[in-house]
Design a protein around this ligand. Structure first.
Ligand SMILES: [Zn+2]
Ligand SMILES: [Zn+2]
Length: 138
């Protein structure tokens, strides 16, 4: 199977929510925006995009809550354990972005760049050599 058609599975911290996705995958990037930082409780979030038709919950879809931020991003999370799972944006209705840290299968792809560097925390020293965009990548 071509690498671009790889199947990956992920789950939340408590294991109630499990999902599967199949490539080809879209944008894979680190986002430093304030919403990502807060919803993950981390210096940044890493999301990989996949077409909605190639994403599905294996179990626990009913446990997935959502919150829409002021910028219009709808964030899906496990209601039981709070794990960040998905992000969707109105401008890309056919894509779903998956919080890459929730994957249980090894993803060989690498993130392409950092976005929203303008909101980067001052205590993070980025040295991965990836392009850094102040807001969205052009
Ligand atoms: Zn959970
Ligand atoms: Zn973000």
């Amino acid at each position: 199977m071509a690498m671009s058609e790889e199947v990956h599975e992920g789950s939340c911290c408590c294991g109630r929510v499990r999902f599967r996705m199949q490539g080809p995958f879209g944008t894979f990037s680190h986002c430093h925006c304030t919403d990502c930082r807060k919803s993950h409780g981390a210096a940044f979030a890493t999301y990989i995009g996949v077409g909605r038709a190639r994403f599905g919950f294996l179990q626990g879809e009913g446990e997935v809550g959502s919150f829409t931020t002021a910028t219009g991003t709808r964030r899906g999370f496990c209601r039981n354990c709070g794990s960040s799972l998905t992000g969707t944006v109105a401008s890309e209705p056919d894509m779903i972005y998956i919080a890459a840290g929730t994957l249980d299968t090894p993803l060989r792809l690498k993130p392409e760049y950092h976005i929203f560097i303008r909101s980067q925390v001052p205590w993070l020293d980025l040295q991965d050599g990836l392009p850094q965009h102040r807001e969205f990548a052009e």
